[in-house]
Ligand binder design. Structure first.
Ligand code: CMP
Length: 227
């Protein structure tokens, strides 16, 4: 139970709740463990529960008309998913797969909707989080419409840095980088192009790439370069 409460505290929608309220929510939660690369649910499935990521990392994706995977987002510990089908009663809007071994906290639809009615703070925090996702999607649409591959890949790296990076002065370190094929599926380009663009960004001294880690050396210079 203590572990569940620690994990609930990391979920932004519950940020303002008291220990008493968190205890109550913890008693409603069940835990699901899933192995790396396992399917959590498919686009078009019916949605009956909300998922919160206690540990691990998941990928939210759709398949386009050409049968290619398009990655909408990568969500980490402290994020939630599956709220859309619960809120509007439609089917799941995307497929979710675990990228690492993960521990998920699960809340049933009825309990989630009751919490939104009972705690206005949770509802406001949920709206803030959904607003953030719309902003990210707007930025992704803009970058997908760019003509050049460098700009598309550079935007994905910037988004990963903003979502998961550690700020050190002017630079941002992003570790646990997705596979190059996943970066390609976020940018709407090929794995070979991602590899070529990362080398180009390194040569231009905009980033340093070492294994699964990228450091954006000067975030303002990087942003201006692609503005
Ligand atoms: P739901 O439609 O129930 O199932 C798929 C989930 O993926 C959805 O709820 C959201 O939680 C999540 N999702 C869908 N689109 C995005 C997006 N653009 N960014 C982040 N998460 C998303």
């Amino acid at each position: 139970m203590t572990d569940v409460i620690v994990q609930l505290r990391r979920i932004p929608i519950f940020a303002d709740l008291s220990q008493f309220d968190l205890d109550k929510i913890a008693s409603l939660v069940t835990i699901q463990h899933c192995k790396k690369d396992s399917l959590i649910f498919l686009e078009e499935d019916m949605g009956r529960v909300l998922f919160m990521i206690g540990k691990g990392k998941v990928k939210v994706s759709q398949v386009n008309d050409d049968g290619k995977e398009v990655i909408l987002s990568i969500l980490l510990q402290g994020n939630f998913f599956g709220e859309m089908a619960l809120l509007d009663g439609s089917a799941r809007s995307a497929t979710v797969t675990s990228l690492t071994d993960s521990e998920l906290l699960i809340l049933r639809r009825g309990d989630f909707l009751n919490l939104l009615e009972e705690y206005p703070k949770v509802t406001i925090n949920l709206l803030k989080e959904l607003t953030k996702r719309i902003r990210q999607s707007d930025s992704q649409i803009k970058s997908l419409s760019l003509k050049n591959a460098t700009g598309k890949v550079a935007h994905v790296i910037l988004r990963l840095a903003e979502d998961t990076g550690i700020i050190k002065g002017n630079s941002i370190e992003v570790s646990g980088l997705p596979m190059q094929q996943d970066i390609a599926n976020m940018a709407g380009t090929s794995r070979e192009t991602v590899s070529r663009v990362l080398s180009k960004l390194s040569e231009s001294k905009l980033i340093i790439k070492k294994g699964g880690k990228i450091t954006i050396l000067d975030i303002n210079r990087y942003r201006n370069f692609f503005a």
